[in-house]
Design a protein around this ligand. Sequence first.
Ligand code: HEC
Length: 113
Amino acid sequence: MISIKQFFTILVLVLVLSAFPHQFTLAAETNNPAKLFEINCAGCHPRGGNIIRRGKNLSLRALHRNKLDSLEAIETLVANGKNNMSAYKDRLTEKEIQDVSTYVLEQAKTGWK
Ligand code: HEC
């Protein structure tokens, strides 16, 4: 049997958790691709640029030139990294890599507005 005190503690916990469910989801689980890009990529790729290697930016032209204008190619690059860009497969989930890569391709097509 649980005591009255334990019962009320559980009751309060349940009420608090059900009142504010969104505050208890992990920040890492953000499913907002723009935010994922802001946090993980924008430091080197502000507005689709590339502060380290200018020619390797995220415009559709550059992606096309570098044969990275497909979702699969971008996902592979993001997962495994390349030269000065580190790999993200241990930092982002597979879904996050998909989401952020889709975002990059979409933004490239609309000119990073
Ligand atoms: C530390 C800086 C840095 C960060 C952070 C970074 N990148 Fe890069 N990225 C680079 C560099 C440098 C290259 C060029 C690699 C090469 O030598 O081909 C690059 C290349 C790319 C390319 C290919 C561009 C082209 O035209 O060839 C894509 C796509 C890309 N990055 C996406 C991302 C995404 C998405 C993220 C976030 C998950 C990210 N990058 C984070 C530095 C970075």
